[in-house]
Design a protein around this ligand. Structure first.
Ligand SMILES: O=C(O)CCC(=O)C(=O)O
Ligand SMILES: [Fe+2]
Length: 280
């Protein structure tokens, strides 16, 4: 009698346990999210991190590139901000505009890891360009100016087109970063600047005192805070996003100012440090 009852109790406990396991395996319907341990933030970000690694490129080793003369104007050293006049030749700038022609798509931003369109933050179109020799020579130039930093790659290049009222609100380029993986630097290159407005503004960087900068930054009456670099065809603003200890520079917060007439076309060149990565 007693052994029979003991057997029944064990069965009830076993059935209960098995049901609980099945309930958890099917996602615990009815329980508020977050009660059961879900994937960690690292696990959730894993696909995005993988997609980023797959977007990294490196110019071919035996590529023969034309010499290009450009003028380097160092604006500040911490963060390092440099205006590079003539970074691209007119032909290169024109070529990038031509190969973007059939590829324009609405620009997106990331909101808590989710890619969305939001014209109040970023109103423009972007194009992922093919890596022909001209493009690879630009990748090569961008790495060579930085001294070929170790384990540092180029993110696939995108061009960006702003029509009237197009803009990109204040943001950092270094939002997601870790010790082993981060966007170390930015080149904002101007491919076509037949427009009013459309400079690149850094509200936390002081305007220069020296009038010689007026060729490259807005010096007239303006309500912009900080410094606004002028969009000039072929020129680039280059800056580093992190200090020597790997902290993101708060001063690099920047915006693409609204275009008030005409069209501006830009090119983003981002260099990405990925420890231990090799591009085949
Ligand atoms: O167009 C600009 O001047 C800035 C663009 C920018 O900051 C970006 O695309 O991340
Ligand atoms: Fe940016």
């Amino acid at each position: 009698m007693s052994s029979g009852q003991g057997f029944r109790w064990r069965t009830v406990v076993e059935v209960g346990l098995i049901s609980a396991v099945i309930y958890i395996l099917i996602g615990a319907p009815g329980l508020p999210a977050g009660i059961l341990p879900g994937p960690s933030a690292k696990e959730k970000d894993a696909p995005a991190a993988q997609a980023k690694i797959e977007s990294l490129v490196y110019p071919e080793k035996d590529l023969r590139c034309p010499e290009n003369e450009y003028d380097i104007h160092v604006f500040s050293t911490a963060p390092l901000i440099v205006y590079i006049d003539g970074f691209l030749s007119d032909n290169e700038a024109g070529h990038l505009v031509d190969i973007s022609d059939d590829k324009w798509q609405v620009s997106t931003v990331f909101n808590e890891g989710v890619e969305v369109t939001d014209a109040s933050v970023r109103k423009s179109e972007k194009a992922l360009i093919e890596r022909d020799d001209v493009v690879q020579c630009i990748e090569q130039r961008a790495l060579s100016i930085q001294g070929w930093p170790k384990e540092t790659f180029i993110e696939r290049l995108w061009t960006q087109r702003y029509n009237v009222s197009g803009h990109y609100a204040l943001h950092y380029d270094w939002a997601t970063s870790s010790k082993s993986s981060r966007r170390v630097s930015t080149f904002m290159v101007y491919l076509s600047a037949d427009c009013e407005g459309g400079g690149t503004n850094f509200p936390k960087i002081q305007k220069p005192d020296d009038a010689k900068w007026c060729e490259y930054v807005e010096c007239g009456e303006t309500r912009d805070e900080g410094v606004t670099f002028k969009s000039r065809k072929g020129a680039a603003v280059f800056w580093t996003n992190f200090d020597a200890d790997g902290r993101g520079y708060k001063e690099t917060i920047h915006a693409g100012m609204p275009v008030t007439s005409g069209t501006k076309i830009g090119l983003n060149i981002w260099s990405w440090y990925q420890a231990g990565h090799r591009v085949g």
